[in-house]
Design a protein around this ligand. Structure first.
Ligand code: NDP
Length: 282
């Protein structure tokens, strides 16, 4: 009897991770590509990250996704970062190359791929609500894609200013910070408005602090929230006649990029999208 080869294993590490749809998407994609790989979702509290990373190395896992709260904290445990991940300062995908763990960030690239189905953002002016991990990844990738001006709007000034400084010092985009006090009025020169905060996660009635009248019909409005996909912002922008982009595409695209990084193969993105919609029952 021929000996069975060892299966490659990839992980999702985070806390909380119950309800994370990535395992369902990845396992369907592995099966669709004829790969006998496994994807495991593991609840890892911050104080156990060090042990978990030793385990990743000791057990020879092929790679991992990192989600809240590990995207920044995992960096000291890695051997290398891609230039984009180093610029963003956060990692959502780790790949083992020989005995080295290499950190990458597919969140912003996934968003950009979604946006490119609607427009080429090069030369445009963009307003981003939020300055956390998702906002940083999106802002850096937009700047690298040639966006001319980025306005960062955030509640905590320190995080907003830090992202604005990063964009000014490390990219060619013009950047300004606007403190979020009340509702933000999208300026007329902005062509794209993005909610990159967690407002709306699990709550389709949660209002994003934006002046509804500033959502012009020629504005492109995007939301990173994928559950539920029809957020208050997406519904309101639809009613105002804007072109809208929900968070599902970003999630599928970043998963496609991670699949490519680990396997070197192109997955069927429709299989992943169908799996995500089935999982979320949307
Ligand atoms: P972080 O915790 O790093 O950042 C959260 C951001 O939301 C901060 O800017 C925070 O502002 C802001 N925020 C939260 N609550 C409020 C509020 N009530 N009023 C104003 N601002 C608020 O989270 P991430 O950036 O990692 O994730 C953000 C969202 O993006 C999550 O919901 C996540 O699920 C989603 N996401 C979606 C992806 C996709 O593929 N579709 C991929 C990655 C993330 P402050 O700094 O002032 O606290």
């Amino acid at each position: 009897m021929p000996s069975a080869p060892l299966q490659e294993v990839v992980l999702c590490l985070g806390q909380p991770v119950a309800g994370n749809p990535t395992q369902y998407m990845m396992e369907k994609a592995f099966a669709g590509a004829g790969l006998d790989w496994r994807y495991l979702t593991c609840e890892v509290p911050p104080e156990k990250l060090s042990d978990a990373m030793a385990g990743v190395r000791a057990l020879g896992f092929k790679g991992a996704n990192f989600t809240i709260p590990h995207k920044v904290a995992v960096i000291p445990y890695l051997d290398e970062l891609t230039p984009a991940a180093a610029l963003i300062g956060a990692v959502n995908c780790v790949n083992r190359v020989a005995d080295k763990l290499v950190g990458d960030n597919a969140d912003g690239k996934g968003f950009l791929q979604s946006l490119r189905k609607t427009c080429n953002p090069a030369g445009m002016s963009v307003a981003i609500l939020g300055a956390g991990g998702a906002a940083r990844a999106i802002a850096v990738e937009l700047a690298l894609a040639g966006v001319a001006e980025i306005t960062i709007v955030n509640r905590q000034a320190e995080r907003g200013e830090s992202l604005t400084t990063l964009l000014r010092e490390k990219t060619s985009a013009k950047a300004e910070f606007v403190s979020l006090n009340d509702a933000f009025s999208v300026p007329p020169e902005a062509a794209i408005f993005i909610n990159a905060t967690s407002i709306g996660l699990g709550d389709d009635s949660a209002r994003v602090p934006v002046v509804v009248e500033s959502l012009r019909p020629d504005l492109i409005v995007a939301d990173v929230i994928f559950n539920p996909p029809k957020t208050w912002l997406i519904r309101t922008a639809d009613e105002r006649g804007c072109r809208t982009i929900d968070g599902l595409g970003m999630l599928v695209n970043q998963a496609v990029i991670c699949f490519q990084i680990w396997t070197g193969r192109q997955p069927d993105s429709d299989v992943m999208k169908d799996a995500l919609e089935e999982f979320l029952e949307v």
